[in-house]
Structures are given as structure tokens and as C-alpha cells.
Design a protein around this ligand. Structure first.
Ligand code: 13P
Ligand code: SF4
Length: 363
């Protein structure tokens, strides 16, 4: 697990009226403008999102961090792996900060570099070779470094199919981690037969497969998942189909395959925004992704009917840790000449992880 200790920011930030915090952030942003870049993922809460210099999905934010050389301080309003990727892609004199160090991603924590290394050795010992690793960007820098060192690439939810194709052109099979569902959905979209897709179950000998099964496998999936997207079910899709046949269903590819298959569309957060935004007035949508994004789309498009696919609030509680008080605390410290909550990746790890990230950016 990512267990970083967050400093207690105290009542000055925790008990203050939100209006006051927002005014403080606006003032600090103006004061620090030419040195500061605030990046926000689409799952951020409104009170933070409104201060973004750039918003995006994981790919867009990674590209933007890589392209911005003229800001010394990057405050990443997202989760830990995103800030790590930004640190890897920026120059040594740029400083990346995460407002609350407890903002990790449970899915990223489901594959440790030790576990992946052991699985890799077990596969090699069983004669399963010509294997290329691909990691979803929702993974630690250590995992990305492992992938970089073994000739593989990172992918995001918006390019997973392209990266998988790239991998299968270079090797007989791809070992995909940590998200089983993004991997399965991408393999399916590429027309790979179900019998050629297997799951590596942690704790089982050969991941619960026989060597014979693994030899036939083209895509081997780690058994990780997103706790938020697992809450959407095929039953929710059936409910909307029955309630109103005009409602179009769009989901994130971290949802189970049966949900993605039953939906009308799927895509990254940026892809979801684009499709809903470009739809004509009067369109009706049920969206299977994190609730802050769904609520924002509903507010931005009052001329469309926009619902969450699930009747329950599917909130990413770690993204939600980035609250205005924490953002202001980081900015106040910067204004006082202090760096807090810096995210740094050890140089050798960063060098190898960068190879895997650069491969993705080039594919
Ligand atoms: P996107 O890259 O689609 O924004 O997804 C990131 C994420 O964590 C989704 O759960
Ligand atoms: Fe991780 Fe899921 Fe939250 Fe995305 S929504 S950051 S995958 S837990």
C-alpha cells in the first residue's frame, strides 16, 4: 500500500469556511502565477477543479507535465501515481507536489514490484517466454521501471488498445497490469479470442493457470481492479434500457467487460467528456464513472439529461482527499518559501520508468 504520512494541517485550514479558503487560493494563485502550474484530474471536486491551469485525463496531464518547462512548481490535484509520473517527465529543477499525501490509488497498490517480479520469474521458469510487460499508468514508479527495463510500455485508458497492439507486434504475449478489466476490454476490442486471455491470480501457482493454458495466452491480465468502477453493473445498464430507451450509456473501460459490452460507448474521462459535450441538445446520458465528473457534466449541460449509471454515489475517496484546505496549505507554504509534500522518484527508478512512459508517448 502507498502509506505516506500527511502532516496535520491544523484548524487554520481544516475548520475555515470554504468561501474563505477559496478566496485564499485565488489570491495565492495570482501571486505565484508565473512559477506555478496547477494540474487537476477530472475526478477532482469542484472547489479544487476551478483552480486548474490544465484539466485532463491521465494521458493529457502526463503530456502537459512533460511539455511545460517554464513552471518551477507543479501542484498535482490527483492521485499519487499521477504526481510520480509528472515528476518523472519534468526536469530536475521542477518540483511536483501532491496536496494530500494520502491520495493514493487502491488499484495501483494491487500490484507491487515484488509481486510482479516474482510472477515474471515464475513464468520464465515455466518456459513462458516472448512475453512483454505493459502497465496501466495507474501503477507505482517501481512498476513502470520494471516495465521500462523489460522492453515494455505504459498505457492509459485512452491508448490501451494501441499499446496492446504495439506489444503484440513485438512479442507473442503481453503481461498487462494492474487492471484486469481495462486489459480485458482492450483485448476484446482488438478481437482477441476469450481463450487467449487469462488472469494471473495473485497467490496461486502459475497465477491459477496451467503452463499449457499460458502458452496459448496472448494477453495475461493481473487481477487488479478499481473499487469505484467495480460498482457499476450490467443490471444498471439493463435498468436504464428499460427506464428510457433514449438514454445512451457511456462507461469508463475500468468497468467489468459485461458492463462495457452492454454500454453504447466507452472511453477515458476525456473521451467521455468529449462525447457528451458534442452530443446534441436534448441528449440523454447515463454515465458509468466517478461521481464528481458526472455531476460536473450535468451542471455544464443543463440542456441535456445526465445521470450516473448507478443509483449510488460512486466516489473516488482518495481523489476526494484533495480538499481546498490542503491546496491552500501547499500554496501558503510556497509563498513563504517552503516546499511541502514534494513527490520525488529515486533517479534510477525514474530513468527506467521514463523509458516506459516515453514509449507510450511515442506510440
Ligand atoms: P483517465 O485516464 O481516463 O482519466 O482515468 C484515470 C483513472 O484513474 C480512472 O479511474
Ligand atoms: Fe484509482 Fe479507481 Fe480512484 Fe481511478 S477511480 S484513482 S483507478 S481508485
Amino acid at each position: 500500500m502507498t502509506t505516506l504520512t500527511q502532516t496535520d494541517i491544523g484548524p487554520e485550514y481544516l475548520d475555515r469556511e470554504e468561501e474563505d479558503l477559496l478566496a485564499g487560493i485565488a489570491a495565492r494563485k495570482q501571486e505565484l502565477a508565473d512559477r506555478l502550474l496547477v494540474l487537476c484530474h477530472h475526478y477532482q471536486q469542484e472547489a479544487v477543479y476551478r483552480f486548474a491551469d490544465m484539466t485532463g485525463d491521465s494521458l493529457k496531464l502526463a503530456r502537459h507535465a512533460a511539455a511545460t518547462r517554464n513552471r518551477a512548481w507543479i501542484v498535482f490535484c490527483g492521485v499519487h501515481f499521477m504526481a510520480e509520473a509528472a515528476d518523472i517527465l519534468t526536469t530536475d529543477d521542477q518540483i511536483v507536489m501532491l496536496p494530500d499525501l494520502r491520495a493514493g490509488c487502491p488499484m495501483a497498490d494491487m500490484a507491487t514490484s515484488d509481486e510482479v517480479g516474482w510472477a515474471w520469474q515464475e513464468l520464465a521458469a515455466a518456459g513462458i517466454d516472448r512475453l512483454l510487460p505493459v502497465t496501466y499508468v495507474n501503477s507505482s514508479a517501481l512498476i513502470k521501471a520494471f516495465v521500462g527495463e523489460h522492453g515494455g510500455s505504459v498505457c492509459t485508458s485512452s491508448n490501451a488498445e494501441r499499446v496492446l497492439t504495439w506489444g503484440l507486434e513485438r512479442s507473442d504475449r503481453v503481461f498487462f497490469f494492474p487492471d484486469e478489466h481495462l486489459g480485458r476490454n482492450s483485448a476484446h476490442a482488438l478481437g482477441i479470442a476469450d481463450e487467449q486471455v487469462a488472469v494471473w491470480q495473485r497467490g496461486e501457482v502459475l497465477g491459477g493457470n496451467t503452463a499449457e493454458q499460458l502458452r496459448k495466452t496472448k494477453v495475461l491480465l493481473w487481477d487488479g481492479y478499481c473499487t469505484v468502477h467495480m460498482q457499476f453493473t450490467a443490471g444498471h445498464v439493463a435498468h436504464w434500457r428499460q427506464t428510457d430507451p433514449e438514454v445512451k450509456i457511456i462507461v469508463h473501460p475500468e468497468c467489468r467487460h459485461e458492463v462495457v459490452r452492454a454500454a453504447d460507448f466507452y472511453g477515458s474521462t476525456e473521451g467521455i467528456i468529449k462525447r457528451v459535450t458534442e452530443s446534441p441538445a436534448g441528449s440523454k446520458w447515463a454515465i458509468g464513472t466517478e461521481i464528481n465528473l458526472v455531476n460536473r457534466l450535468a451542471l455544464q449541460h443543463p440542456n441535456k439529461e445526465i445521470h450516473s449509471l448507478s443509483p449510488f454515489q460512486c466516489l473516488c475517496s482518495t481523489m476526494y482527499r484533495i480538499k481546498p484546505g490542503y491546496l491552500l496549505w501547499v500554496l501558503d507554504n510556497l509563498a513563504a518559501g517552503r516546499i511541502v509534500n514534494r513527490i520525488t522518484v529515486e533517479p534510477r527508478t525514474a530513468q527506467l520508468a521514463r523509458i516506459a512512459l516515453d514509449r507510450m508517448l511515442a506510440i
